[in-house]
Design a protein around this ligand. Sequence first.
Ligand code: GAR
Length: 189
Amino acid sequence: MKNIAILASGSGSNAENIASYFKGKESARVSLIICNNPQAYVIERAKRLGIECKVITKKEFMEADSTIALLKEHCIDFIVLAGFLLLVPEKLIKAYPGKIVNIHPALLPKHGGKGMYGDNVHKAVVECGDTESGITIHLIDEEYDKGTTFFQAKCPVLPTDTPDDVAAKVHALEYEHFPHVIEEIIATL
Ligand code: GAR
């Protein structure tokens, strides 16, 4: 049984979807949620799911030592960033080499980088007149949205689509694919 930690900064709908997917499975479980935003709805979701949720400050996260200690305390094998907005410090990447994945709500390398998260990404897709968007699940390294890509899935973007329409299509892809991709990666650990 592998232990997954999810790092999230906002609503946490992916965190909940992943936790529900692994509930009752023998391969892995979500045993810790770490959040850097005390107002984030993911904290409520964690309570409801009965998963320990630790709220940390940006400073604590950037210094990394207390986060690494927390992860080790919970015997965490694999880390999933699901709507987590801080850059992962090098120390943490070194502590979990090849074991941190992120989901980005667009087809990287398009619409990635600092400031490109959530609705900002969907607005950029519509403003650029893109005819497709999607999701990218990739390994984390020292730069935003630059690590090796494991998986992409696409959805069409119609000329009449608003950023909210694109967000809905992208969320549907996230819910469908992210847990399976995590499961596949964990099976190789
Ligand atoms: C998701 O769409 C995720 O892909 C995105 O934030 C959303 C979080 O939703 N992540 C990024 O933009 C990271 N650059 P959720 O909190 O409901 O899971």
